[in-house]
Structure formats: C-alpha cells, structure tokens
Design a protein around this ligand. Structure first.
Ligand SMILES: NC(=O)C1=CN([C@@H]2O[C@H](COP(=O)(O)OP(=O)(O)OC[C@H]3O[C@@H](n4cnc5c(N)ncnc54)[C@H](OP(=O)(O)O)[C@@H]3O)[C@@H](O)[C@H]2O)[C@@H](O)CC1
Ligand SMILES: Nc1ncnc2c1ncn2[C@@H]1O[C@H](COP(=O)(O)OP(=O)(O)O)[C@@H](O)[C@H]1O
Ligand SMILES: [K+]
Length: 465
C-alpha cells in the first residue's frame, strides 16, 4: 500500500521525530536521498550543469544541501535565490562544496533544474520571479526535478488553481502527500520517488493499492468452492440501442472472480450476450451482486433500479443507471462508477469543476448519496461514505477507449459478488482493469474487449507474485 498524508500529519510526525534526533538530521536524510535520485536521473553527475531554484524555506534548504553533494561529485551547481530569505547553512554548504550563486541566465544551458521553491509550506501559485524561471526552463526543455512537491500545486487537495511546476520527477520525503496521488497535481509530479526519513505516521488520508494488496484482497477460490459460493453476478446492462455494452460488461465480469453470470435484459441483447459468452445464463435468479446501468440508454427502468438499490445485494451502478441515484435511503452497499461528466450531472456542477477538484467532489458525492464513488479518469479516485479514499494511478491513456467503462463495471460487479466491500471492489477493480490494459496495450492501441480478454492473464500474473 502506498499512503499519502496531509501536511498537518506530516508536520506532527516530523516534530515528534525531530525532538528525538540531533538538529538537522531529517534535512540531511532528505538531501542525501534527493542527491542520489538526481544523480540517477542525470545518469552522469560529473560535469552536469544543475540550476537550483531556491525559495525562502526548508524546501530550498533540501535543494541547497543536495546541490552541495552534487557539486562534490563534480556537478556545476548554481543556485538562483528567489527570495530575500534563504536557508543560510544550506547556502554555506553549497558554496563550500564549490557551488555558486547565479541567475536565471544559467537556465537555458542547464541539464537539469531543481525546484526548491516551496514544498509543504507553499500556497498554490508561483510568484513572478519563480514563474519566470520555471517558464524559462520549459521554453528550453530543461527537465525539472521537484523537491517534495512541484511548487505551486495545492499540496493537500491535488488542485492546481494557479501556475505551477510540471516536474519530470518528484522526490518526496517520509510519506507521499495528497498532491502526489490526486489529479491534476499528480500529473504535474511526474514519477514520484519516496525517500524514507523514518517518520512514524498515523493512518493515511489517501491510499493507493499495490500488487501485494491485490494478492491479499482478491477472492481466490478454495477446495470447497462451487460456482454459487464463488458468487453469482446479475447483469442489468445493455439495451436494444446499445447491445454492445452488455457483451463488453459481460466480458469484464467473466474476467473477474465470479462463479456465474446471469444476464437480465431484452431477448435480442441476451442472444448477443450468449453468442459471445455461452457460459452466461439469461433470465432472473438469485445473485450475490448486481452490475446495473452501462448502455441502458433510454431503456432504463428507474423504479426497478431503485428497488434493487434498496435490496440487500450490493450493486455497481454505472452510466445511465446513475440517474436512479437519489440522496434518500441507505446505499452503503452501492459502488457508483461515474466519469467526471456524470458526477458533475449528479451534483449539478460543471464537468470542469469536478475535474479541477476531483478529491473534493468524489468525497462530497460519497457523503451525499451514501454510496462509494469511483470517479473514473486518467487517475481513478474511490471514496467511501465513511471518508476513506483510495486512488489508482497505474492506468495507460490508451484505456481512454469506448466501452472501457463497461469492462470496469462488469469486473467490479464480479468482485462485489465475490464478497469484497464496495471500497475494495472499486480499488481492486480499477487496479486490475489498468493492469489488463497495460498488458493488452504494451504502448499501442487497445479495444475494450481486448482489455477484458487480458484480465485473466493480468490477474494470474499478480496472484503469482
Ligand atoms: N516535514 C518534514 O518531515 C521534512 C521537511 N523537509 C523539507 O521542508 C519543507 C517544508 O519547509 P518549510 O516549512 O520551511 O516550507 P517551504 O515549503 O519551504 O515554504 C516556505 C515559505 O515559502 C513561502 N511561500 C509560500 N507559498 C509560496 C509561493 N506560492 N511562492 C513563493 N513562496 C511561497 C512562505 O514564506 P513567505 O515568503 O510567505 O514568508 C513559506 O513560509 C518540505 O517540503 C521538505 O522539502 C525536509 O527537509 C525534512 C523533513
Ligand atoms: N487518460 C486516461 N488515462 C488512463 N485511463 C483513462 C483515461 N481516460 C479514461 N480512462 C479510463 O478509461 C475508462 C473509461 O470509462 P468511461 O469513461 O466510462 O468510458 P466508456 O463509457 O466509453 O466505457 C475508465 O476506467 C477510465 O478511468
Ligand atoms: K518544490
């Protein structure tokens, strides 16, 4: 599990540890890890031209000490001081090691710029001098390594209301911060490298499942299992208008852990589903979970869907089915899977607003509708009504293809029927969906059906460890 903590949590953990260690220890740990990560990024440190953008606080201090280490290994390091205040001991260390104070004129010819403008003490946005320096680096295609966080993003929300750094790499300390996990800031971080500095941390604000977590959570059948005990999923998806959605969602469901799938819908669609998947049984019967909504189009029966939402069996509610959601009633067993446009409609705000404030609106909808919300996109946010949040970060942009959401709905339904909670089904589903897409794509185009077809192999690979 990767964990992201709030600035307040990090500050408290830092204060706790600092009280027990000699002064400066944490910054030295951070700066050492930062220097190593920068050396790895550069490939060869000797002779490399590195420009440090230095703000007024400890984020600048980290950059200066790391710069001193790089200078001792033969890099030509220049510090651009963007504030009248500077971490004096860090600056002294840089100068003693052969680094110097320079100006933005050094940026166009640099191999690398280090963003030590602000970290967890920063407010969104960049002041004019910092913005000009960052724009110069962008203009000359000089990669930027961000220290702790890309300066200018909102660290605790992942929002980017103002100009900010777009990093080629972010090196962070102690734990991830929310901006590393939540878009649009997560994209501004580039890959994130975590340096352990020994912080003792409380439960995280946001979590991100990793391969080992998928292995622990996946409902693997055992010797006593039969098709019913493994879970039966009811699919109420697709319509005469969109029969393909039913075929695709069924493929996603069959690529999950479920023992059997029942299809409930128009005869012509049931025929198409059975032609593609002879394993599927058509017609009503007992199920352990439902996947409802993908491709229902105008044929959705809102009263019937509401009845199923109020029944005992957990439900994945997707696409058109989301129209049945209301804020009355107890829906804690429901996993709703909107994309930003659908969530915006549910909450009566603009799509752009949801995209800019993804964490806020996923949490808000989970609370308002008393459901677990899985907000789709380049990164997926899963928020449960009790306040837990997970994100999935491993998807390829090739997954942005018609029908990919139907695969996910079927797969999450399969995981719910297999006994996972909505939060686990959503987060395991999003991870496996992305893993299958990566496998099917290998950096090339994919179809929704090819993603579904890759689910068994992606799952096998993960379960094997
Ligand atoms: N916590 C830990 O475990 C460890 C933390 N460590 C490091 O310390 C960093 C935090 O350092 P920090 O507390 O000194 O704050 P920091 O981010 O440098 O900002 C300082 C000042 O910047 C200013 N400012 C604000 N917004 C601004 C803006 N948009 N544009 C320009 N300036 C802006 C504002 O001051 P002002 O100029 O307003 O007086 C603010 O007070 C952390 O990210 C990590 O790198 C590691 O060394 C070890 C372990
Ligand atoms: N840029 C992207 N990078 C990675 N994954 C993406 C991107 N855009 C969309 N996705 C994923 O692709 C799927 C698209 O689902 P959805 O929006 O419901 O499309 P559709 O209705 O066509 O199936 C979701 O799982 C979403 O998270
Ligand atoms: K920074």
């Amino acid at each position: 599990m990767r964990r992201a903590h709030t600035v307040e949590q990090v500050r408290a953990a830092e204060a706790d540890l600092m009280a027990r260690l000699p002064e400066g220890t944490l910054m030295q740990r951070a700066a050492t890890g930062l220097a190593v990560a920068i050396s790895n990024f550069l490939g060869s440190t000797y002779g490399a031209r590195v420009v440090l953008l230095i703000g007024s606080g400890d984020n600048g201090g980290d950059a200066l000490y790391a710069g001193a280490r790089l200078a001792r290994r033969g890099a030509q390091v220049t510090a651009v001081l963007l504030s009248s205040k500077v971490h004096e001991l860090g600056l002294q260390a840089l100068k003693t090691s052969g680094g110097r104070v320079g100006s933005t004129d050094d940026i166009p010819t640099a191999d690398l710029v280090v963003d030590g403008i602000v970290g967890i003490g920063g407010r969104p946005g960049l002041r004019p001098d910092a913005l000009a320096a960052v724009q110069l680096a962008e203009q000359y295609d000089v990669p930027i390594v961000a220290v702790d966080t890309p300066s200018g993003v909102d660290v605790d929300t992942g929002e980017t209301p103002e100009p900010h750094v777009n990093a080629a790499l972010t090196v962070t300390f102690g734990t991830h911060k929310i901006c590393h996990f939540i878009d649009p800031a997560a994209t501004a971080c580039g890959p994130v490298h975590l340096v352990d500095i020994g912080l003792d941390l409380p439960p995280a604000a946001v979590e991100s499942l990793q391969a080992a977590d998928i292995r622990n959570l996946y409902p693997v059948p055992h010797g006593e299992s039969d098709k019913y005990s493994r879970g039966v999923l009811g699919l109420m998806v697709g319509s005469t208008q969109y029969p393909g959605a039913a075929v695709i969602a069924a493929s996603g469901a069959l690529g999950g852990p479920v023992g059997m799938v029942r299809y409930v819908g128009p005869d012509t669609v049931a025929e198409a589903v059975r032609a593609a998947h002879p394993e599927i049984v058509a017609g009503n019967g007992r199920v352990q979970a439902w996947a409802i909504g993908s491709g229902l189009g105008d044929e959705l029966d809102i009263p019937l869907i509401r009845e199923l939402l109020d029944a005992e069996e957990p439900v994945v509610l997707d696409a058109d089915g989301l129209k049945a959601l209301d804020d009355a009633g107890d829906h804690v067993d429901v996993l709703a899977t909107p994309h930003a446009g659908e969530l915006a409609r549910l909450l009566d705000v603009d799509r752009a607003t949801v995209e800019a404030e993804r964490l806020k609106y996923a949490r808000l909808a989970a609370e308002r509708f008393d459901v677990t919300i899985l907000l789709k996109g380049a990164t997926t946010v899963i928020a449960s009504p009790d306040g837990q949040v997970r994100v999935n970060l491993n998807a390829t942009p090739w997954l942005a293809t018609a029908g990919a959401g139907d695969v996910l709905a079927g797969l999450c339904g399969s995981l719910l029927a297999g006994g996972l909670s909505p939060l686990d089904a959503g987060s395991v589903g999003a991870y496996l969906h992305a893993a299958a897409a990566n496998l099917a794509s290998s950096s090339g185009p994919i179809t929704a059906m090819s993603v579904a077809a890759a689910l068994p192999e992606a799952t096998r690979y993960l379960l094997r460890g």
